[in-house]
Design a protein around this ligand. Structure first.
Ligand SMILES: [Zn+2]
Length: 161
């Protein structure tokens, strides 16, 4: 991430995209469509909607589709995230999706919550992530991957710039 300029966050654009995504949700069982959108560190926008299934437990959250699109369109790191319900109102990511967002956005990801914009490490305090795996010698992941950044590392990186 060093030396890489962060794209400017257009929250209105993210909101519009989340609402557009919500309108494509497949939620015939719950009647609770969800749309999510995010800005990627290279300036791309990604989005997703929830997809339910007659076999109830197989339903997936909007964040699943969003993360799939992230990797499908070039990978990278999520910078800003927005999620809405069927009213177009901001909703919180569920517990499972907080873990998903932490993996792909890290502690610095900005998340729109009903109470305002929060950092991912506030949305998921002391989250378990790639850095925890890197602490074990037999792990395949190394601590220097951007995905393994902890808040302290991110702060240090900021100072080094
Ligand atoms: Zn979820």
């Amino acid at each position: 991430m060093k030396g890489v300029e962060m794209p400017e966050i257009n929250w209105d654009e993210l909101k519009d995209l989340a609402i557009e995504a919500m309108k494509t949700a497949y939620a015939p069982y719950s009647g609770y469509p969800v749309g999510a959108s995010a800005l990627v560190d290279d300036g791309r926008l990604v989005s997703g909607c929830n997809v339910e299934n007659a076999s109830t437990g197989l339903g997936t959250c909007a964040e699943n589709g969003l993360v799939s699109m992230l990797h499908r369109t070039g990978g990278g790191r999520l910078v800003a995230f927005y999620c809405v319900n069927g009213n177009g109102d901001v909703i919180v990511p569920c517990g499972r999706c907080r873990q998903l967002l932490y993996e792909h956005g890290g502690p610095n990801l900005l998340v729109t919550m009903p109470s305002g914009i929060m950092r991912m490490d506030e949305v998921l305090p002391q989250g378990f992530g790639p850095a925890d795996l890197a602490l074990v010698a037999t792990s395949q992941i190394t601590i220097d991957t951007p995905y393994a950044l902890r808040e302290s590392d991110a702060e240090k990186e900021k100072k080094d710039k």
